[in-house]
Design a protein around this ligand. Structure first.
Ligand code: FMN
Length: 336
């Protein structure tokens, strides 16, 4: 049975995210190659994507870092750039450069739990200083010609501050709030508490983008229905199933997604390699990313983890892909 498509999300006056599905920022994953692959594999099914965070110290980030993070321009989805820092002026100046470099929107990171970030009072550490968080958003909104969004965790050790932070983000002029329904202390454990997303939705008028444990198409749909969020942001679900957005789209249309298995997964890895090499990745970087992707594809059941395991020990990309080709031969029974 077909379900109603959720309406597009407007960011500011000029930008429409349609459908309202975001590919989340993931450091070490969502570089321009991975993002480009996911956008190509899910035509029309990803409304927005975001770069991994670019760290801003007390000086604006160099323009070349921003250009590199954004990668080739895309017209099929809004591609934003994420900044993480704690100096409002430096972040705002970096945001202006990001807009000049082609970012469709600017996202501010208030969620990163990594100790090296937290100890430097950035990422989720800003949740402990709501006035500073608010002034970062305001300074960026005032300086930046493109819409500004904020991505927060639900708190550090408890979620009592959700409403206050959400309202501050709104009052500072952000176009949307993305809320990751975990605390900093939850790291990445499942399940996320989606009630926290509902609370943010009730607290503000700007669109709220839900995030956390929406790994599968059915989870995406459940997050829309259970929380009332305007958009859903998928992170690890897209690493495990790079077709998750199209599969959600099929679910909404009442269609079955195409059957995919090892041949499609191995084919994805081969094309991902080509893309990374074309983008200038070194063989070592490309092999690392391919192994990361293969492990995630195995977690999702596209590949048999035991068969993948020997390939993960190989040190050359050619032998890694050859090994997978021979472990997962295309047979007459393969789903194609
Ligand atoms: C490997 C990895 C890197 C991440 N890097 C970023 C990042 O650069 N910026 C950010 O805001 N969140 C980052 N996150 C958090 C995700 O965007 C997302 O909020 C989180 O994984 C929860 O979503 P999920 O349950 O769908 O995975 C990262 C998560 C992972 C697993």
């Amino acid at each position: 049975m077909a379900l109603p498509f959720p309406p597009a999300v407007r960011l500011g006056d000029s930008l429409e995210v349609d459908p309202p599905l975001w590919l989340a920022p993931m450091e070490g994953v969502t570089d321009p190659s991975f993002r480009g692959m996911v956008l190509d594999e899910n035509p029309g099914a990803v409304g927005a994507a975001c770069t991994e965070f670019v760290r801003v110290t007390d000086h604006p980030a160099p323009a070349r870092f921003l250009v590199e993070a954004l990668g080739p321009a895309r017209s099929d989805a809004a591609v934003g750039l994420q900044l993480m820092g704690n100096h409002p002026e430096a972040v705002a100046a970096s945001a202006v450069r990001a807009a000049e470099a082609g970012a469709a929107f600017l996202d501010l990171n208030f969620g990163c739990p990594a100790p090296r970030v937290f100890q430097h009072c950035a990422g989720s550490a800003l949740l402990a200083d709501p006035p500073l968080l608010e002034s970062m958003v305001r300074a960026t909104v005032e300086a930046c010609p493109v819409p500004v969004t904020a991505k927060i965790r639900s708190g550090i050790e408890d979620d009592a501050g959700i409403e206050d932070i959400a309202r501050r983000v709104e009052q500072a002029g952000a176009s949307a709030l993305a809320i990751h329904a975990r605390l900093k202390t939850d790291r990445y454990t499942d399940p996320s508490r989606w009630q926290r997303i509902s609370r943010a939705v009730a607290a503000v008028h700007i669109p709220v983008i839900g995030n956390g444990s929406a790994h599968k198409p059915q989870d995406i749909q459940a997050m829309f229905q259970e929380t009332g969020c305007a958009g859903v942001m998928v992170a690890r679900g897209a690493l495990q199933n790079p077709w998750v957005f199209s599969d959600w789209s099929a679910l909404i249309r009442g269609e079955s997604p195409p059957e995919r298995g090892a041949p499609e997964a191995v084919d994805w890895l081969a094309r991902y390699r080509t893309r990374m090499e074309a983008g200038g990745a070194t063989p070592r970087q490309a092999l690392g990313r391919l192994k990361q992707s293969a492990k995630a594809l195995a977690e999702a059941g596209f590949l048999d983890a035991e068969k993948v395991s020997p390939a993960l020990r190989l040190k050359e990309t050619d032998s890694f892909l050859d090994c997978l080709d021979s472990c997962f031969p295309v047979t007459a029974d393969s789903p194609r």
